[in-house]
Design a protein around this ligand. Structure first.
Ligand SMILES: Nc1ncnc2c1ncn2[C@@H]1O[C@H](COP(=O)(O)OP(=O)(O)OP(=O)(O)O)[C@@H](O)[C@H]1O
Ligand SMILES: [Zn+2]
Length: 464
């Protein structure tokens, strides 16, 4: 019954022991809202949504914080390219991200703080670091402030590296730094940058560095010490190493466990805009239901890279539809008891592949029971409970309006059958050269607002 989680910091699977009994504080790095999200971007949203659902199922009162980075170099560069204010781009992309999460039934976090709303908290934290001798303002008049990595002997402990082996920090102007690895806490405003992208500070107008944002927001909403910090595996270094160094150097314990999800890849490479191998969420949702895409993502272990392919997605979607069809035939029961093997798999570092195997086995057994005319109440209730935990229950109200909800599909199937019947009658009337009847049938279909198109595979219809 104990949840065990792989902790990236200790590199082992450990029992989850919360700081406060019955409660779990979770912080996940959200996205920089600079462009439309692709399927790789939403993976962490889905994976950590499964984690928070599992923690809740196990009785924890979860506080889940996922931030939005709405100011940074990439946003400024892209908005300049597009000739629009940076906040206009960030806001528009935030709306796209919200839509993608909603389409995948990723529940909103307890609170979703945006970096631009927390600059005063970041300034207080930077002042504290300067006071404690772990940060310094650059002496080149740039207005930058850097974290002094040599002042913090534990720097590198999260990713098990010695300072001397590390690359220079890329996110800061090298001029005013004491050590090339010192990273920016505050970036003085450059002449070329818009005034609206700067905030007053003791070091002059400027904006926060990326790493300090998460330290300040995690501290504000979860306190100096909290349970789990998550994010994509590429954030381990430098972002998470830096977050931990800042927060601990300021006196807090920060996260007890670190969890990192792996990538969605194409041809073995991280799906990424800079590689030009991305697939946007709306493009996928033109062909698949949100629940099918989510099922595809959750069926893989969060620490395994997923090589994206439409064949694999087709397979997952077909598997999901078989599960839904079983539930339908079993009379769409309420969630019942969760099978122990499923719970054990989830307790074991969110072992979703093993959990999904239990789900398929249970459906197989349910189909056998249906064929044998046996009672399927318990089996179908177990299937419903497992789908709930994974966030893919077809009756979840979250799917309503996102296209292809269960109710819509059934309605569509019913209309399909009726239209097919009318079209068959029309075909027969034509074969019989009964033109008046054929026309009357065509008019009836049209009057119902249905448009029929003849294709080589036979007629198809849409609601006009
Ligand atoms: N293919 C992916 N699989 C899983 N997570 C991803 C993937 N791509 C990006 N992420 C996550 O999304 C966040 C933003 O990543 P990043 O800025 O690198 O996006 P990107 O699309 O790769 O952009 P760029 O092309 O500028 O590198 C990070 O938290 C990262 O972990
Ligand atoms: Zn972060």
């Amino acid at each position: 019954m104990t949840i065990r989680l792989y902790d990236t910091a200790t590199r082992e699977v450990r029992d989850f022991v919360p700081l406060h009994e019955g409660r779990a504080g979770l912080y996940v790095c959200g996205l920089t809202v600079q462009s439309e999200p692709h399927v790789g971007h939403v993976r962490s949203g889905v994976n950590f949504d499964v984690l928070q659902r599992w923690l809740r199922f196990r009785g924890y009162d979860v506080t889940f914080i996922r931030n939005i980075t709405d100011i940074d170099d990439k946003i400024l560069a892209k908005s300049a390219e597009q000739g629009r204010p940076w906040y206009n781009l960030a806001y528009a992309m935030r709306i796209e991200l919200d839509k993608a999460y909603a389409a995948l039934n990723v529940a909103p976090p307890t609170y979703e703080p945006a970096a631009t709303g927390h600059v005063p908290e970041m300034i207080v934290l930077i002042e504290k670091l300067i006071e404690r001798g772990h940060a310094y303002p650059a002496d080149d008049g740039s207005g930058d402030v850097y974290f002094d990595v040599r002042s913090w002997p534990q720097y590198g402990e999260l990713t098990h590296q010695g300072v001397d082996d590390m690359e220079p920090a890329a996110d800061a102007d090298p001029r005013g730094k004491r050590d090339p690895r010192d990273f920016a806490l505050w970036k003085g405003r450059k002449e070329s940058e818009p005034e609206t992208a700067s905030w007053p500070s003791p070091w002059g107008p400027g904006r926060p560095g990326w790493h300090i944002e998460c330290s300040a927001m995690a501290g504000k909403y979860l306190g100096d010490a909290f349970d789990i910090h998550g994010g994509g595996v590429d954030l381990r270094f430098p972002h998470h190493e830096n977050e931990q160094a800042q927060s601990r150097a300021a006196g807090g314990a920060f996260a007890s466990y670190w969890m990192h999800n792996a990538w969605i890849t194409t041809a073995g490479e991280k799906m990424s805009k800079s590689l030009g191998n991305t697939l946007s969420i709306p493009a996928i949702l033109e062909r698949y239901r949100g629940a099918e895409l989510r099922f595809y993502i959750v069926a893989a272990h969060y620490r395994s890279h997923v090589e994206f392919s439409f064949e694999a997605l087709d397979e997952a979607a077909a598997g999901y539809r078989r599960i839904v069809s079983f539930l339908d035939r079993a009379g769409a029961p309420a969630a019942g008891e969760l099978p122990e093997a499923f719970a054990a798999a989830m307790d074991d570092d969110l072992g979703t592949p093993a959990a999904v195997a239990v789900l398929y086995d249970t459906v197989r057994e349910g189909n056998r029971q249906l064929a044998a005319g046996e009672d399927v109440t318990v089996t179908a209730g177990a299937v419903a409970a497992m789908l709930d935990v994974l966030g893919v229950h077809p009756a979840d109200p979250a799917w309503a309006g996102s296209g292809g909800s269960d109710a819509e599909e059934r309605l569509s199937a019913a209309v399909d059958a009726l239209v097919a019947g009318l079209l068959e009658e029309r075909a027969q009337a034509r074969a019989d050269k009964d033109w008046a009847r054929a026309d009357a049938l065509r008019d009836r279909i049209k009057a119902a607002g249905i448009e029929v198109t003849d294709t080589p595979d036979g007629p198809t219809w849409t609601v006009s």
